[in-house]
Write a protein that binds this ligand. Structure first.
Ligand code: ADP
Ligand code: MG
Length: 723
């Protein structure tokens, strides 16, 4: 069989799962994959999360195909899937730029070209000249007005087989698990399991939330009736989907609520101010500004939380520049006052270092001992810092995620603060919460409080679901005197104008960032960076404006050099800082009034918003210039339009969620957070609310059913993700 492997693996569909068409393997086993040996198949099924009958029942179609009709070749619509039947006129392997299989199919109305770029010898055998076959696929116009063609149609050899009388479900699958096999196995499960008698939702709950019959839904989804609406079934808006989506959301809500209740039973230090003139108060008095109303409110929320003996689990959301750092410093001060240690983690070394410098300025004069801990410290310095943390002489530790990765021992960790939390995986978050980098199951008796700061606002539906075990505080007010950043879209063809603008800003005494994208994107620091992009840009633009003072900053520079450049820029000794996205988060230089983003079309929405947030921090009118290369893809055009039209981080996040979906939005692929398979948080927001109420009812009145429901619905999640 090995000799007949296709040159490339079949295309991966949603979830990275190969969605080959129904019966594809049965008919053109060639074009997809050779049948897998049995035990091999078991492993593959396990990977799809398919073990029990219920797993199969809940393995629902990705979409449906209509094979109930035959369309005359002359009437085949362009770009729409349809089925035709005809006699093979010719079939040959040709070289047209690459090796391919070309066949011609004729019926009474006309002729159609079938084109295969990947094929097995058996495809060729199937298309024997003179044989009658059925093909399913979307036709496209032929070249130069020639015959219409189908690329990689599904081929079925007909010996006058009757047409199916219902829609064909197409299941998520993987190589070696044919659609036909899946359909049979699922049909068996539908016969063997009495779904109605084994509904995990008690009748009272079903009645209360007006839920449909699960058995009817599952039958309707797996075995749609001939007259069912293919579009609403495929788009998951059909009423059969409602019950399934509800059950899935309910399972999610139950498990989140359970996690929250577990947390409420845990112990955490009581961080209350012990007397007047506390550190937090001294800090407030020493600040060169007064807190905004929103900052005050959020600080009071935190203050109240950490004074309780149960672990706080709070996310502070505030748009870039809203002043989250001082909130972190206040919380740390209160912790230290109460005799505990605080830790502050940031996603990049540059950001961590900036926090360190700023907070040191604030707290060191008040006598606080602060340790600096980053991945690239000299071994001796690192050991010294770790020792100070371990013996408790360091009251506050600031650093990168190296803090957790290197198993730092705290003497009395009372509060862990994670800045820009959306850049950390949830797993990392939980590890820190468990304390001391211990695995989550070795939980210490007293847990630290957890405070997360994020400039990426979490849309309401997400907050209600994935983050339902968080309390959320919002800083919905910027410090006074900030003018909104003016955003401009400029084609690279007009680069000269941008250079003039840079010169103008520098002449007015302002500074500028010039950002180039990384080719290899990564959320972690110290990962490979496309150095040439930044370095080349630096050399090229510097040559064009040689009288300005230029600086270069990228992720692979030695830490000391990075720090030096950042300090020069912060002091105003560099006019233009050419940088990779290392400046994306948190960097704060109020005199910088211009941000130029090179190849802006390559950045994601939240990234663009974060980058833009680096300017507009001082009193001067600030500008963000998005330089883009033409032609723009529709998706890139849409992103740039959003960022051009919207200054509000919440709105940007909402659009980001719409464009990308929640998985990517939260970075959950790395974090291993369970994903929804069927429900859509935006489209099904109403169901999320109901599921939340139902979860409360289930846990209160039907705790056993609640557990059973979660086990049934959440069991396969993780494996679906890994697939
Ligand atoms: P972010 O929320 O993006 O982390 P920062 O904490 O970096 O914002 O704050 C942005 C800038 O605003 C900093 O220079 C900070 O000192 C300043 N700042 C914070 N709060 C206030 C305030 N209430 N009034 C004036 N300036 C403030
Ligand atoms: Mg910040």
């Amino acid at each position: 069989m090995a000799a007949s492997r296709p040159p490339r693996a079949p295309r991966a569909g949603r979830n990275g799962v190969v969605a080959s068409s129904a019966d594809a393997q049965a008919a053109t086993s060639a074009a997809n994959s050779p049948p897998a040996p049995r035990d091999n198949r078991q492993a593959r099924l396990a990977k799809l999360g398919l073990r029990s009958d219920w797993d199969y029942l809940l393995h629902l179609p990705l979409r449906y195909e209509d094979e109930t009709q035959l369309t005359p070749i002359a009437d085949l619509p362009i770009g729409v899937e349809a089925q035709a039947e005809g006699v093979v006129e010719s079939c040959e392997v040709v070289f047209r730029g690459r090796r391919q299989l070309l066949a011609r199919l004729r019926d009474d109305s006309g002729e159609l070209v079938l084109r295969f770029l990947n094929f097995y010898g058996s495809t060729q055998k199937q298309l024997a000249v003179g044989r009658r076959v059925r093909v399913f696929g979307a036709a496209r116009a032929g070249f130069y007005g020639g015959l219409a063609e189908m690329v990689h149609p599904r081929v079925r050899v007909t010996v006058d087989a009757p047409l199916p009388n219902r829609l064909t479900p197409v299941y998520p699958s993987t190589e070696g698990v044919p659609q036909a096999w899946l359909r049979k196995r699922i049909e068996r499960a539908l016969r063997d399991v009495d779904v109605a008698a084994n509904d995990s939702l008690p009748a009272a709950v079903r009645a209360r939330f007006h839920l449909g019959d699960l058995a009817a839904s599952l039958h309707g989804l797996h075995l749609p009736q001939p007259d069912d609406d293919r579009v609403s079934l495929s788009e998951r808006t059909h009423s059969h989907w409602t019950r399934v989506k509800f059950d899935e959301l309910l399972a999610q809500q139950i498990s989140l609520r359970t996690a929250r209740e577990l947390r409420a039973r845990q112990q955490a230090p009581v961080l209350a101010s012990r007397n007047d003139g506390t550190l937090a108060q001294q800090l407030l008095q020493a600040l060169p500004f007064t807190l905004t109303g929103a900052q005050q409110r959020v600080w009071h929320e935190i203050e109240a939380d950490i004074a309780l003996g149960t672990p706080m689990h709070r996310l502070v959301q505030g748009d870039v520049g809203s002043g989250k750092t001082v909130i972190a410093a206040l919380a740390a001060a209160r912790t230290i006052d109460a005799g505990w240690q605080a830790a502050l983690m940031a996603p990049t070394e540059i950001l961590a270092e900036q926090h360190f410098r700023r907070i040191e300025q604030w707290l060191a004069p008040l006598g606080v001992q602060i340790a600096w801990l980053a991945g690239k410290l000299k071994p001796a310095d690192k050991r010294a810092a770790q020792a100070a943390v371990a013996d408790g002489s360091a009251q506050l530790v600031i650093g990168t995620h190296a803090l957790i990765q290197e198993a730092v021992e705290f003497s009395r960790l009372g509060l862990a603060i994670v800045d820009e939390q959306h850049r950390f995986g949830v797993a990392q978050r939980l590890r820190l919460r468990a304390g001391q980098g211990a695995p989550a199951d070795e939980v210490p008796a007293v847990r630290p409080h957890l405070l997360m700061l994020s400039a990426t606002p979490i849309p309401r539906t997400l907050a209600m679901s994935y983050l339902a075990d968080l309390d959320v505080s919002v800083i919905d007010e910027l410090p006074p005197g900030r003018a909104p950043v003016v955003t401009k879209l400029v084609s690279t063809a007009r680069r000269d104008e941008v250079l003039e603008r840079v010169r103008g800003e520098v002449q007015r005494g302002r500074q500028a960032y010039w950002v180039c994208p990384l080719v290899e994107e990564s959320d972690l620091i110290d990962t490979p960076v496309d150095l040439t992009a930044a370095t080349t840009m630096y050399e090229a633009t510097r040559a064009l404006l040689p009288d300005l003072r230029w600086g270069l900053l990228h992720g692979q520079m030695p830490p000391a050099e990075k720090t030096a450049v950042m300090q020069l820029f912060a002091r105003g000794d560099i006019d233009v800082l050419v940088a990779t996205t290392v400046v994306e988060v948190g960097v704060d230089v109020p005199n910088a009034a211009l941000m130029v983003i090179e190849h802006a079309q390559r950045f994601g929405l939240s990234q663009l918003h974060q980058l833009r947030g680096r300017v507009g921090r001082g009193a001067a009118q600030s500008y963000c210039v998005l330089l883009y290369d033409e032609p723009l893809s529709p998706a890139a055009r849409e992103r740039l339009k959003v960022i051009y039209e919207t200054a509000d981080g919440f709105e940007v996040a909402r659009r980001d969620l719409q464009l990308r979906g929640p998985g990517e939005f939260l970075g959950s692929r790395q974090s291993g957070m369970a994903m929804l398979r069927f429900a859509d948080l935006e489209a099904d927001a109403g169901l999320v609310e109901q599921a939340r109420d139902a979860a409360e009812l289930m846990l209160r009145e039907h705790p056993d059913a609640a557990r059973a429901h979660v086990a049934r619905w959440m069991g396969v999640r993780q494996t679906m993700l890994d697939a």
